[in-house]
Design a protein around this ligand. Structure first.
Ligand SMILES: Cc1cc2nc3c(=O)[nH]c(=O)nc-3n(C[C@H](O)[C@H](O)[C@H](O)COP(=O)(O)O)c2cc1C
Length: 214
Protein backbone atom coordinates (compact mmCIF):
# COMPACT_ATOMS: atom_id res chain seq x y z
CA UNK A 1 0.00 0.00 0.00
CA UNK A 2 1.26 3.48 -0.74
CA UNK A 3 0.83 6.27 1.79
CA UNK A 4 -2.45 7.59 0.38
CA UNK A 5 -3.92 4.08 0.38
CA UNK A 6 -2.89 3.63 4.03
CA UNK A 7 -4.42 6.99 4.95
CA UNK A 8 -7.63 6.04 3.14
CA UNK A 9 -7.81 2.59 4.70
CA UNK A 10 -7.10 3.65 8.32
CA UNK A 11 -10.14 3.29 10.57
CA UNK A 12 -10.91 3.54 14.23
CA UNK A 13 -11.69 -0.08 15.12
CA UNK A 14 -13.93 -1.27 17.97
CA UNK A 15 -15.89 -4.38 17.00
CA UNK A 16 -13.62 -6.18 14.56
CA UNK A 17 -10.65 -7.23 16.74
CA UNK A 18 -9.89 -10.96 16.53
CA UNK A 19 -7.56 -11.15 19.55
CA UNK A 20 -4.98 -13.05 17.49
CA UNK A 21 -1.31 -12.55 18.45
CA UNK A 22 0.84 -9.72 17.10
CA UNK A 23 4.37 -10.62 16.11
CA UNK A 24 7.01 -8.79 18.20
CA UNK A 25 8.83 -7.66 15.05
CA UNK A 26 5.64 -6.09 13.70
CA UNK A 27 4.94 -4.42 17.03
CA UNK A 28 8.49 -3.09 17.08
CA UNK A 29 8.10 -1.58 13.59
CA UNK A 30 4.84 0.09 14.58
CA UNK A 31 6.34 1.54 17.77
CA UNK A 32 9.48 2.66 15.91
CA UNK A 33 7.23 4.50 13.45
CA UNK A 34 5.53 6.27 16.36
CA UNK A 35 8.91 7.15 17.86
CA UNK A 36 10.03 8.64 14.52
CA UNK A 37 7.37 11.39 14.71
CA UNK A 38 8.29 15.07 14.65
CA UNK A 39 8.28 16.78 18.05
CA UNK A 40 8.60 20.33 19.29
CA UNK A 41 12.27 21.10 20.11
CA UNK A 42 13.04 17.42 19.40
CA UNK A 43 11.64 16.79 22.87
CA UNK A 44 10.09 13.39 21.95
CA UNK A 45 7.78 13.80 24.95
CA UNK A 46 6.00 10.48 24.53
CA UNK A 47 6.19 7.11 26.30
CA UNK A 48 4.36 3.92 25.34
CA UNK A 49 3.01 1.54 27.98
CA UNK A 50 2.13 -1.89 26.57
CA UNK A 51 -0.79 -3.33 28.52
CA UNK A 52 -1.62 -7.01 28.13
CA UNK A 53 -2.71 -7.99 31.65
CA UNK A 54 -6.41 -8.98 31.46
CA UNK A 55 -7.03 -7.70 35.01
CA UNK A 56 -5.71 -4.22 34.17
CA UNK A 57 -7.70 -4.13 30.96
CA UNK A 58 -10.85 -5.27 32.75
CA UNK A 59 -10.44 -2.55 35.39
CA UNK A 60 -10.04 0.05 32.64
CA UNK A 61 -12.97 -1.32 30.66
CA UNK A 62 -15.24 -1.00 33.71
CA UNK A 63 -14.14 2.59 34.22
CA UNK A 64 -14.84 3.34 30.54
CA UNK A 65 -18.32 1.79 30.86
CA UNK A 66 -19.01 4.21 33.71
CA UNK A 67 -17.84 7.18 31.65
CA UNK A 68 -20.00 5.99 28.75
CA UNK A 69 -23.00 6.27 31.11
CA UNK A 70 -21.91 9.76 32.17
CA UNK A 71 -21.83 10.87 28.53
CA UNK A 72 -25.12 9.14 27.69
CA UNK A 73 -26.86 10.90 30.58
CA UNK A 74 -26.30 14.26 28.88
CA UNK A 75 -27.82 13.26 25.53
CA UNK A 76 -31.28 13.90 24.10
CA UNK A 77 -33.53 10.84 23.82
CA UNK A 78 -32.85 10.55 20.09
CA UNK A 79 -29.09 10.95 20.47
CA UNK A 80 -29.08 8.42 23.31
CA UNK A 81 -30.84 5.90 21.09
CA UNK A 82 -28.24 6.30 18.35
CA UNK A 83 -25.38 6.29 20.88
CA UNK A 84 -26.76 3.08 22.38
CA UNK A 85 -25.99 1.27 19.12
CA UNK A 86 -22.38 2.49 18.96
CA UNK A 87 -19.54 0.46 20.44
CA UNK A 88 -16.90 2.81 21.83
CA UNK A 89 -14.06 0.45 22.70
CA UNK A 90 -12.54 -2.96 22.07
CA UNK A 91 -10.40 -3.11 25.20
CA UNK A 92 -10.90 -6.79 26.00
CA UNK A 93 -11.28 -8.07 22.44
CA UNK A 94 -8.08 -6.51 21.05
CA UNK A 95 -4.72 -8.25 21.39
CA UNK A 96 -3.07 -5.58 23.49
CA UNK A 97 -3.40 -1.97 24.49
CA UNK A 98 -0.83 0.78 24.10
CA UNK A 99 -1.16 3.76 26.40
CA UNK A 100 0.63 6.84 25.08
CA UNK A 101 1.71 9.48 27.58
CA UNK A 102 3.00 13.06 27.48
CA UNK A 103 5.94 14.21 29.60
CA UNK A 104 6.04 18.05 29.68
CA UNK A 105 9.40 17.97 31.47
CA UNK A 106 11.32 16.09 28.80
CA UNK A 107 13.87 18.43 27.26
CA UNK A 108 12.65 21.33 29.43
CA UNK A 109 13.00 24.10 30.47
CA UNK A 110 14.28 25.32 27.08
CA UNK A 111 12.01 23.39 24.73
CA UNK A 112 12.72 25.07 21.41
CA UNK A 113 9.39 26.21 19.96
CA UNK A 114 7.20 25.66 23.02
CA UNK A 115 7.76 28.91 24.91
CA UNK A 116 4.58 30.54 23.52
CA UNK A 117 2.43 27.48 22.89
CA UNK A 118 2.49 24.98 25.74
CA UNK A 119 0.17 22.66 23.77
CA UNK A 120 2.92 22.08 21.18
CA UNK A 121 4.12 19.26 23.44
CA UNK A 122 0.74 17.56 23.26
CA UNK A 123 0.59 18.12 19.49
CA UNK A 124 3.85 16.17 19.25
CA UNK A 125 2.39 13.20 21.12
CA UNK A 126 -0.62 13.19 18.78
CA UNK A 127 1.72 13.02 15.79
CA UNK A 128 3.38 9.96 17.32
CA UNK A 129 -0.06 8.42 17.74
CA UNK A 130 -0.95 9.13 14.12
CA UNK A 131 2.33 7.56 12.95
CA UNK A 132 1.51 4.50 15.06
CA UNK A 133 -2.02 4.35 13.64
CA UNK A 134 -0.86 4.55 10.02
CA UNK A 135 1.99 2.07 10.52
CA UNK A 136 -0.41 -0.37 12.19
CA UNK A 137 -2.80 0.02 9.24
CA UNK A 138 0.03 -0.70 6.80
CA UNK A 139 0.79 -3.86 8.83
CA UNK A 140 -2.86 -4.97 8.59
CA UNK A 141 -3.59 -4.21 12.26
CA UNK A 142 -6.50 -2.26 13.66
CA UNK A 143 -6.28 0.55 16.22
CA UNK A 144 -9.06 2.01 18.36
CA UNK A 145 -8.52 5.19 20.38
CA UNK A 146 -10.41 5.23 23.69
CA UNK A 147 -10.87 8.57 25.45
CA UNK A 148 -13.82 7.79 27.73
CA UNK A 149 -11.72 7.99 30.91
CA UNK A 150 -10.54 10.33 33.62
CA UNK A 151 -6.82 10.98 33.51
CA UNK A 152 -6.41 10.50 37.29
CA UNK A 153 -7.97 7.04 37.06
CA UNK A 154 -5.66 5.88 34.27
CA UNK A 155 -2.59 7.40 35.91
CA UNK A 156 -3.45 5.54 39.13
CA UNK A 157 -4.11 2.27 37.28
CA UNK A 158 -0.76 2.29 35.44
CA UNK A 159 1.38 4.17 37.99
CA UNK A 160 1.99 7.14 35.68
CA UNK A 161 3.72 9.79 37.82
CA UNK A 162 2.73 13.49 37.62
CA UNK A 163 3.31 15.66 35.66
CA UNK A 164 3.30 12.94 32.97
CA UNK A 165 -0.21 12.70 31.48
CA UNK A 166 -1.92 9.82 29.68
CA UNK A 167 -3.01 11.02 26.22
CA UNK A 168 -4.51 7.91 24.65
CA UNK A 169 -5.51 4.34 25.38
CA UNK A 170 -5.11 2.53 22.06
CA UNK A 171 -6.61 -0.92 21.45
CA UNK A 172 -4.38 -2.72 18.95
CA UNK A 173 -4.49 -6.02 17.10
CA UNK A 174 -5.46 -8.02 14.04
CA UNK A 175 -8.97 -7.42 12.73
CA UNK A 176 -11.48 -9.51 10.78
CA UNK A 177 -12.28 -6.62 8.42
CA UNK A 178 -11.92 -2.87 8.03
CA UNK A 179 -14.95 -0.82 7.06
CA UNK A 180 -14.64 1.82 4.37
CA UNK A 181 -16.91 4.18 6.34
CA UNK A 182 -16.26 5.37 9.93
CA UNK A 183 -18.44 3.67 12.57
CA UNK A 184 -20.01 6.96 13.64
CA UNK A 185 -21.13 7.63 10.10
CA UNK A 186 -22.42 4.07 9.60
CA UNK A 187 -24.48 4.38 12.77
CA UNK A 188 -25.90 7.79 11.87
CA UNK A 189 -24.14 9.78 14.60
CA UNK A 190 -22.36 12.22 12.34
CA UNK A 191 -21.18 12.53 8.72
CA UNK A 192 -17.72 13.46 7.49
CA UNK A 193 -17.47 16.98 6.11
CA UNK A 194 -16.37 17.57 2.53
CA UNK A 195 -12.90 19.12 2.24
CA UNK A 196 -14.43 22.18 0.58
CA UNK A 197 -16.27 23.00 3.85
CA UNK A 198 -13.02 23.47 5.74
CA UNK A 199 -10.94 25.34 3.16
CA UNK A 200 -10.48 29.11 3.38
CA UNK A 201 -8.80 31.52 1.03
CA UNK A 202 -6.31 34.02 2.50
CA UNK A 203 -8.51 34.88 5.50
CA UNK A 204 -10.64 32.67 7.70
CA UNK A 205 -14.21 32.61 6.44
CA UNK A 206 -13.41 33.47 2.81
CA UNK A 207 -14.39 30.64 0.51
CA UNK A 208 -11.62 29.01 -1.39
CA UNK A 209 -11.06 29.41 -5.09
CA UNK A 210 -9.22 26.16 -5.87
CA UNK A 211 -11.11 23.70 -8.01
CA UNK A 212 -11.72 20.40 -6.24
CA UNK A 213 -12.67 17.25 -8.17
CA UNK A 214 -16.10 15.85 -7.30
C1 LIG B 1 -8.63 12.09 20.17
C2 LIG B 1 -9.55 10.98 19.75
C3 LIG B 1 -10.31 10.33 20.69
C4 LIG B 1 -11.21 9.30 20.32
N1 LIG B 1 -11.91 8.63 21.27
C5 LIG B 1 -12.71 7.59 20.90
C6 LIG B 1 -13.40 6.81 21.88
O1 LIG B 1 -13.30 7.01 23.09
N2 LIG B 1 -14.17 5.79 21.46
C7 LIG B 1 -14.32 5.51 20.12
O2 LIG B 1 -15.04 4.57 19.78
N3 LIG B 1 -13.66 6.22 19.17
C8 LIG B 1 -12.86 7.24 19.54
N4 LIG B 1 -12.17 7.94 18.58
C9 LIG B 1 -12.33 7.58 17.15
C10 LIG B 1 -13.22 8.55 16.38
O3 LIG B 1 -14.57 8.36 16.71
C11 LIG B 1 -12.97 8.30 14.90
O4 LIG B 1 -11.64 8.63 14.60
C12 LIG B 1 -13.89 9.11 14.00
O5 LIG B 1 -15.23 8.74 14.19
C13 LIG B 1 -13.54 8.94 12.52
O6 LIG B 1 -13.50 7.57 12.19
P1 LIG B 1 -12.22 6.89 11.55
O7 LIG B 1 -11.09 7.09 12.55
O8 LIG B 1 -12.58 5.45 11.39
O9 LIG B 1 -11.94 7.59 10.27
C14 LIG B 1 -11.31 8.95 18.95
C15 LIG B 1 -10.51 9.62 18.00
C16 LIG B 1 -9.64 10.60 18.39
C17 LIG B 1 -8.78 11.27 17.34
Amino acid sequence: MDLYQVIGRRRDVRAEFTGHPVDDEVLHRVLAAAHAAPSVGLSQPWDFVLVRDPATRKAFQEHVAGERDVFAAGLSRQQAETFGRIKIEGILESTLSIVVTYDPQRGSPAVLGRHAIADAGLYSVCLAIQNLWLAATAEGLGVGWVSFYREEFLSGLLGIPAPIRPVAWLCVGPVSQTHSTPDLERHGWRKRLPLSDVLHDERFGQSCGIRLPG
